[in-house]
Design a binder for this molecule. Sequence first.
Ligand code: CO8
Length: 258
Amino acid sequence: MTYETILVEQRDAVTLITLNRPQALNALNSQVLVELSAAFAAFDADPSRHCAVVTGSEKAFAAGADIKEMADKPASDFFLEDFFSGWQSKVVATRKPWIAAVAGFALGGGCELAMMADFIIAADTAKFGQPEIKLGVAPGMGGSQRLTRAVGKAKAMEMCLTGRMMDAQEAERAGLVARIVPAADLIDDALKTAATIASMPPMAAMVNKEMVNIAFETGLAQGLLTERRLFQILTATEDKKEGMAAFVEKRPGVWKGR
Ligand code: CO8
């Protein structure tokens, strides 16, 4: 597929996806969703890629869903198209790990896309917000749910009701981002982190991702049971045998991915 709104580069076992609509501060329109969905599907299906990084520009990771595209759309179209559902079924559905590397504005749908990632690495310039209320609407791509789970009710409620932005430092304190790095180091740092993940036994990486995500979606008893079952499944892999043998023999493991 030829992409017009994103750039996709392969860096060894890591796929780097850059949102590329600078004229609209990377606003997420339908074409971005189609292209990102295709890029994630290709990444998930490629046995030589094991982690992805999604980033934007220095000024904006993404300034939201595309307001201009939605402004005149009738409500019935939003309903009949089940508008925004593709973000869940195509982007969140990605089984391999991916990181959002966020500099500048991550607002509305941009903040929601960042929160779809397995974790966020933020530049010290990052600003997160859910300003939809100012447009007479509310988050529609997961913001009210994922932000609340990430930072708790008080901050999420305040951000959704006032539209105020949270800077990188506050986002780190609140648990929204894994780490802050200087803006100039953002891509290198995210790629290095992704390369570390990509060097792990691939099935174990996918299972670790699934386990942590399950903690977001189920109660403790169900989560613990699922964790145990997934752990037990991993013990049947060739990479488990190799990982333990490599530890005992004091050498790096060589992974088969099965
Ligand atoms: N959608 C479409 N275009 C956008 C968006 C966006 N979300 N954000 C910025 N742009 C465009 C601007 O219109 C402008 O285009 P032009 O040059 O043609 O006028 C260009 O990007 C540059 O933007 P600014 O000139 O505004 O840049 P500033 O540096 O002055 O300001 C801001 C940067 C503060 C980020 C500002 O652009 C802004 O407030 N953007 C909108 C942020 C926002 O509200 N995001 C949430 C969007 S809504 C959403 O995500 C989900 C719900 C949507 C429902 C809508 C139903 C109608």
